[in-house]
Ligand binder design. Structure first.
Ligand code: HAX
Length: 433
């Protein structure tokens, strides 16, 4: 099979023709309407952008290029990246070629390490990661080619070059941040010939005699890679990229969005919440104790982290996949046992609480089921990764694949600069009266 770049080049010809055809025939067809509630409500449900890498179906969860996530959970991260871009699974030869690309590009410039070492000791690891990516902007192929007058039709190629460079360096930098920030030793090097997930596992320096941590990393990097285009990180990355800012600026922006507690940071909040229940009840809490703890959290005006979703209305298949991994590899782990018990308790609690809210004239909770963040942290914790603030960095290594795949495709399709129309409250008042 040809390489990623060759397959993508052919696909792009088809993608472009398909979009040209749709626009030629149906440019003025209406696909969405916007209510006042949506305008004030984070544009939830407004169909106003395109993303072909994946779709999140409210009643099914993530579908990657037509494949429900749990059907492709065996894929390694490099295969997922290939699939996101081309809609095809790489064969062994194409996968090996992509791994060699990462091998070739994995050297992290010294100035990145110098900078990370000089950051204040209490800097959040997400800030270190976003800074580490941003400071490498001087390496951008896209910017260099653009300055030399690159043709529009080649934008995707320069974006692919930047993306491969970022993806090859990201696990090295992310693992290095873990070791620097939490004083586990110096950053470790990428091992040539080792796959992406196992490389990341290895560079974290976690003991893994049975190889199950490497398995978890492959699964983790697969599950978090993409979640269509409108989520905060993908959307932020897309918006910045639409101004033809290069991939370093764009991905760094996306990572800053992922660092919010209602988005990627929820995974650190989740484990904190689980551990807090165990400290309060001195071990694995009973269902009744969990219920009591959950209601206290809600009455204090806080959210139950890991539950709810802007789009999903069922248990997130990514949570299901992590639960299956836990049952197979760490069924006796007490933190994992709490996660499984929380799953029995919280949906009922949130349902009850939602009914209370409605009686009090507030919005219902649209989705009482767990999202991706509800279970992943417990698995990391089991392997000795007990530094919660680091979890979103691991999420980021994966999500960069989705963000970059979307960026490359948007540059290939010449997607326009993002510029929705905002309206003022005065304008809204005039409409509704
Ligand atoms: N606990 C308590 N209240 C919740 C809740 C939860 N888990 N989920 C939703 N609600 C509340 C909302 O805060 C909102 O209250 P207000 O109207 O008073 O503001 C109300 O229920 C309606 O919200 P919604 O329509 O159900 O949900 P949204 O689309 O507005 O928000 C969120 C989706 C994911 C942000 C929300 O469910 C939440 O805060 N969950 C907890 C944090 C979390 O797990 N985030 C990770 C999401 C997955 C992700 O992006 N990972 O990266």
């Amino acid at each position: 099979m040809p390489t990623l770049q060759e397959v993508l080049r052919d696909k792009i010809v088809k993608y472009r023709e398909e979009v040209r055809e749709i626009l030629r025939e149906h440019k003025d067809k209406v696909i969405s309407e916007v209510t006042v509630g949506q305008a004030y409500g984070g544009m939830r449900g407004v169909k106003g952008m395109i993303c072909d890498t994946s779709v999140v179906e409210p009643d099914k969860g993530l579908i990657v290029r037509g494949h429900p996530l749990l059907d492709i959970k065996h894929l390694w991260p490099e295969e997922v990246f290939f699939l996101l871009l081309t809609g095809e699974f790489p064969d062994d030869e194409a996968k090996a070629a992509l791994q060699q690309e990462f091998d070739r590009r994995s050297q992290v410039p010294d100035y990145v390490w110098k900078l990370l070492y000089t950051m204040a000791e209490d800097t959040h690891p997400m800030c270190m990661l976003a800074t580490g990516v941003l400071v490498m902007e001087r390496e951008s192929v896209f910017r260099k080619w653009y300055d030399r007058g690159m043709k529009r039709e080649d934008y995707w190629l320069a974006m692919l070059g930047d993306s491969l460079n970022i993806l090859a360096k990201l696990p090295v930098i992310a693992a290095g941040i873990y070791r620097i920030r939490y004083k586990h030793g110096s950053p470790m090097q990428w091992t040539q010939g080792l796959d992406y997930g196992a490389n990341f596992a290895n560079m974290l320096g976690i003991a893994d005699p049975a190889g199950s941590f490497a398995k978890l990393m492959r699964l983790y990097l697969n599950f978090h890679a993409d979640h269509e285009g409108g989520n905060v990180s993908a959307n932020a990355c897309h918006t910045v990229g639409s101004a033809l800012s290069d991939a370093y600026y764009s991905v760094s922006a996306g990572l800053n969005g992922l660092a919010g507690p209602l988005h990627g940071l929820a995974n650190q909040e989740c484990v904190k919440w689980i551990i807090a229940t165990m400290e309060k009840f001195d071990g694995v809490p009973s269902e009744e104790q969990l219920r009591e703890f959950a209601f206290r959290t809600l009455r204090e005006g806080r959210v139950i982290p890991g539950y709810g979703h802007a789009v999903l209305r069922v248990t997130d298949p990514r949570f299901t996949g992590f639960l299956e991994f836990g049952k197979e590899h760490l069924p006796e782990d007490p933190v994992f046992q709490v996660v499984a018990r929380v799953y029995d308790v919280i949906p009922k609690v949130l349902q009850e609480y939602s009914e209370e809210r409605v009686k009090a004239g507030k919005n219902p909770i649209a989705n009482v089921w767990p999202n991706v963040d509800a279970g992943s942290g417990a698995l990391l914790y089991h392997y000795g990764l007990t530094e919660f603030p680091y979890y979103t960095v691991m999420f980021s290594v994966s999500r960069a694949m989705g963000m970059l795949a979307q960026l490359i495709l948007n540059r290939a399709l010449g997607t326009a600069i993002t510029r929705p129309k905002s309206v003022s409250t005065e304008w809204i008042k005039a409409q509704v009266h």
